[in-house]
Design a protein around this ligand. Structure first.
Ligand code: IMP
Length: 198
């Protein structure tokens, strides 16, 4: 079955494809269609953004559509950057800009107050019906970037159980424990129970 992932982010696509490898799903993206618009992420929550992205592209393509909205919520920063994670260092910010800004914002914050979590909300739409799935991983913000795998804030997010940042994990290791990996597990479990798509 063909499904659409409502994201042009190739890093997310890699992680989604890694999870669905054993299922008979062909994961397309907006880049496979000539004229799909960019969907503005202007919602106040991850849920609202995920639902908006999925609904907009589902209506335009008619395909079952999965959208992912993810945020990094840092306790010492009252949940920032949260829903604004992609543009934390300003419009057009690169992953490195955002990590740098976060490390600066956390300068001088002691180890025990550096807790944070990633949260992913997935919105899945088939025939106009929306279902949401979420996943999170708890960790700590490092004092310097470490590792070169993954993307986004992975080099500054330390997972205590593994003693590594997300950027020091392979794709498979990250997918096993990450926010997105866990949300995708819940979605895949749902799909397996849905006779028409499993
Ligand atoms: P989006 O709005 O869901 O596309 O993601 C917001 C921002 O969060 C992205 O631009 C990345 O910087 C960051 N992000 C999303 N997922 C991850 C992840 O799995 N690891 C690290 N950073 C991520």
């Amino acid at each position: 079955m063909k499904i659409l992932l409502a994201s042009r982010n190739r890093d997310k696509l890699k992680e989604v494809r890694g999870k669905v490898a054993g299922l008979s799903l062909d994961v397309l993206t907006p880049d496979d269609f000539p004229d799909l618009p960019e969907v503005e992420e202007d919602g106040a929550t991850l849920e609202a953004n995920a639902e908006k992205k999925a609904l907009t592209l589902h209506r335009l393509t008619g395909l079952p559509t999965l959208a992912d909205d993810t945020g990094l919520e840092v306790y010492a920063l009252d949940g920032a950057p949260g829903v604004y994670s992609s543009r934390y260092a300003g419009p057009g910010a690169t992953y490195a800009d955002n990590c740098r800004k976060l490390l600066q914002a956390m300068e001088g914050v002691p180890e025990k107050r550096r807790g944070a979590h990633f949260r992913t909300v997935l919105a899945w739409i088939v025939d106009g019906r929306v279902r949401l799935f979420d996943g999170r991983v708890e960790g700590r913000i490092t004092t310097a970037s470490l590792g070169s795998n993954g993307f986004g804030y992975d080099p500054v997010f330390f997972v205590p159980e593994l003693g590594k940042t997300l950027a020091e994990l392979s794709l498979e290791e990250k997918n096993r424990i990450s926010h997105r990996g866990r949300a995708l597990d819940a979605w895949v479990e749902y799909l397996r129970g849905a006779p028409s798509v499993g």
